[in-house]
Design a protein around this ligand. Structure first.
Ligand SMILES: [Fe+2]
Ligand SMILES: [Fe+2]
Length: 289
C-alpha cells in the first residue's frame, strides 16, 4: 500500500507563514469579512457531515495543485505565452490556498485541520503520439474545460442552498477562483484558435481524444455515488454535496455549456460525446477540485 503523509496548516517558519499570508492576500478575489461559525441551528449529525465533506475537499484541493503545476510545464513545452504560463501557475497556487482555506473550515467545524496526501504524485498524461502543442491543449481541455467547469457548477449549486453565513463566505472564496479555473481552458483555446484553424488534422485528433476523455470524466463525476442516501435539509443548509444531483449537474454543464463552447474552436465535441467510450489502453487522466 502507498505510504501516506499528513498535511497540516501549522507552519514551522514564521517567515514563510508571513510570506504566504502576503501571497494569499494578493490573490484573494473576495475580501468580505468572514462571519463567525455558529453550529447551533443545524444539529450535530449535519455538522459532522459538513466536517467530513470539508476534510475530503481539503485533500482534493491539494491534489489539484501538482496537476496545474505540471500543466504549466507542459504549456512551456508547447510555447504558450507568458500570461498563459503565469495564470496556470496562479491556478496551481490557488489550489494550495484552497486546501489551506478548507483546513480553516475544518478547524472551525471542530476537527484537526489535517488531511492525508499521497507521497507520490500521479504524472500528468503525456499523450506520446502528440506534439507538445496538442498535448497541452488536450490536458487543458480535460482539466479546465471539463473538470473545473463541472466543479464550478457544483459549487454554484451548493452555494444556492447554503444558509450558514460562515460556510457561504468560505464557499464564495473558493468559487471566485474556480470560475477562473473553468474559464482558463476557453481563454487558452481562444489564444490558440488560429493555430488550430490551420491544422484540421489536430482537430480530428482532439475529437478522437475527447471520445475517451468524455467517457472517463462521465464515469468519475457522474457515476453512482458511494453514499446511497440523499442529504437532509440541515446538511443542504451546510453545503453538503447531494450525490443524487451529481449526474444532472454534470450532464447539464457538459451538454448545455462545455460541448457547444468547444465546438466554437472547430473541435467536434458534440460528435465525440455521442461516440464516447473508454479506450482501455489509454493513459490515466486526472480530475481536479
Ligand atoms: Fe480549487
Ligand atoms: Fe480549481
Amino acid at each position: 500500500m502507498e505510504p501516506l503523509r499528513t498535511l497540516s496548516l501549522e507552519s514551522a517558519s514564521p517567515a514563510l507563514a508571513r510570506e504566504y499570508a502576503r501571497v494569499d492576500e494578493a490573490l484573494a478575489r473576495v475580501d468580505d469579512p468572514t462571519p463567525a461559525w455558529d453550529a447551533a441551528p443545524y444539529g450535530e449529525a449535519a455538522v459532522s457531515s459538513a466536517r467530513s465533506a470539508w476534510i475530503e475537499r481539503m485533500s482534493a484541493e491539494h491534489g489539484s495543485f501538482p496537476v496545474f503545476a505540471a500543466l504549466a510545464l507542459q504549456l512551456s513545452e508547447a510555447g504558450a505565452s507568458f500570461d498563459a504560463e503565469a495564470v496556470m501557475l496562479r491556478m496551481a497556487l490557488d489550489e494550495v490556498r484552497h486546501a489551506a482555506l478548507c483546513g480553516e473550515v475544518v478547524a472551525a467545524l471542530g476537527a484537526p485541520p489535517v488531511c492525508v496526501a499521497p507521497r507520490a504524485v500521479a504524472p500528468l498524461a503525456r499523450h506520446p503520439a502528440c506534439g507538445p502543442e496538442e498535448r497541452a491543449i488536450r490536458n487543458v481541455i480535460y482539466t479546465t474545460c471539463l473538470s473545473e467547469m463541472v466543479a464550478v457548477a457544483r459549487f454554484v449549486e451548493a452555494l444556492d442552498a447554503i444558509e450558514a453565513p460562515y460556510l457561504r463566505a468560505a464557499t464564495r472564496r473558493l468559487l471566485a477562483d474556480e470560475v477562473l479555473h473553468g474559464q482558463f481552458g476557453f481563454f487558452y483555446l481562444e489564444a490558440w484558435a488560429p493555430w488550430l484553424a490551420a491544422r484540421p488534422a489536430v482537430c480530428d485528433s482532439l475529437e478522437r481524444y475527447l471520445r475517451h476523455a468524455l467517457a472517463v470524466i462521465e464515469t468519475r463525476l457522474a457515476g453512482t455515488s458511494p453514499r446511497p442516501w440523499t442529504v437532509t435539509d440541515a446538511e443542504r443548509a451546510l453545503g453538503v454535496p447531494d450525490p443524487a444531483r451529481a449526474r444532472e449537474v454534470f450532464h447539464t454543464t457538459l451538454e448545455g455549456a462545455v460541448l457547444p463552447a468547444l465546438e466554437r474552436y472547430g473541435i467536434r465535441a458534440e460528435r465525440a460525446w455521442r461516440a464516447r467510450r473508454v479506450e482501455p489502453a489509454s493513459e490515466s487522466l486526472v480530475t481536479l477540485a
